[in-house]
Design a binder for this molecule. Structure first.
Ligand code: AHG
Ligand code: MN
Ligand code: MN
Length: 337
């Protein structure tokens, strides 16, 4: 019999809250509101094939990516679920060019929420797992209204981070700096129930996740590292298997549970102007907080993701994340350019 059967995410958040004597229940309310948004997005993702919610909106976002109807739905859903609770002073989303202010009529809170409302959305029409990624910070400015300064932070300042993966089941994984916990949605009662207590990632994996179609854009260090993983050496568990879904949340979640390394290096076609793809604030930082809490590592290849001071809302970084020994091995190859 599973010993922690039936612990809902609400009960877990309250118990986590009790670890911080100065906590006011405000944080509990924030995560609770977020879990409701997640259930609504899960319902839409799971019936996407039926509802008129698939396909493109015809718009293009700040990253030049075609916007899917479900991107817009998820983005609006999170904003609507989070703006009225009085827990937040400002938000920022991968899908919004500028910060998202709290409407006049609602009270302001002390937290900042930044999120990727729908990650992996290019896959949604093919019924492949997608996700939502979020980060929570404490406000740092003291004026009447929060500003973009409250969003341009270092990952080490996060007080919570998590993701929801809408897959064969809907799971919410989060950390508040006290370990990583996974909750699986039981649709029959509409509750997220604790299913993965204190997740730890293996020190070394047997799989690597990278888009091999980009080999021609990689730097020499990345090329040599991937070649190394493919050489057969049973004593070190090589060759590794390639597992790449193309949804960061799904690829990350698999590596968190099974061990492994996910790599999205910068495009070095122009060596003087490396071009990374993944977003620091909405993808790299939250997943870096989670993987470090699970005993793993997250790096650009030369620096810790969570040490980077954000200077732009849509800043992109190379992301090498997963089992500690694998990320360390990559860093050795990357620096031996
Ligand atoms: P998003 O759907 O939020 O734009 O994120 C897509 C990202 C990430 O989910 C995934 O790891 C990566 O794009 C896949 O990129 P490629 O298709 O270039 O491999
Ligand atoms: Mn994304
Ligand atoms: Mn997205």
């Amino acid at each position: 019999m599973q010993k922690n059967k039936g612990i809902t995410i609400q009960r877990h958040i309250v118990e986590q809250e009790r670890l911080f004597p100065q906590a006011t229940g405000d944080f509990t309310g924030l995560l609770w509101d977020l879990s409701i948004a997640a259930k609504i997005i899960s319902r839409e993702v799971n019936k996407a094939g039926l509802a008129e919610i698939l396909g493109l909106t015809g718009e293009v976002n700040i990253h030049g990516e075609a916007v899917k109807k479900l991107d817009v739905f998820a983005n609006e859903r999170i904003c609507k679920s989070m703006e009225h609770g009085g827990h937040l002073c400002i938000m920022a989303s991968e899908e919004n060019d500028d910060v998202i202010t709290i409407p006049e009529e609602f009270p302001r809170g002390k937290y900042v929420l930044m999120f990727d409302p729908l990650d992996g959305s290019s896959n949604i029409d093919a019924n492949v797992s997608v996700g939502t990624i979020f980060s929570v910070y404490r406000r740092k400015t003291t004026g009447k209204e929060a500003t973009i300064e409250d969003c341009l932070r270092k990952g080490t300042e996060q007080i919570a981070a998590g993701y929801i993966v809408y897959g064969s089941s809907t799971m919410m994984v989060y950390t508040t700096g006290q370990g990583v916990y996974g909750f699986t949605l039981d649709p029959s009662i509409g509750e997220f129930l604790l299913s993965h207590e204190n997740i730890k990632i293996a020190a070394k994996g047997r799989t690597y996740s990278i888009n091999e179609g980009n080999t021609h854009t990689w730097d020499e260090g990345t090329r040599r590292y991937i070649r190394y993983l493919k050489e057969s050496d049973p004593s070190t568990g090589r060759p590794y298997s390639l597992r790449y879904i193309g949804s960061l949340v799904a690829d990350f979640h698999r590596n968190l549970l099974y061990g492994g390394i996910f790599l999205y290096p910068a495009d070095y076609k122009d060596p003087k102007k490396p071009k990374p793809k993944l977003r620091l604030l909405y993808e790299a930082n939250p997943l870096a907080f989670i993987v470090e809490q699970a005993g793993g590592m997250a790096s650009t290849g030369e620096e810790r993701i969570m040490d980077i001071q954000a200077s732009d809302l849509h800043q992109k970084v190379p992301l090498i994340i997963g089992s500690r020994e694998d990320v360390l091995a990559y860093e050795k190859y990357f620096e031996q350019e």
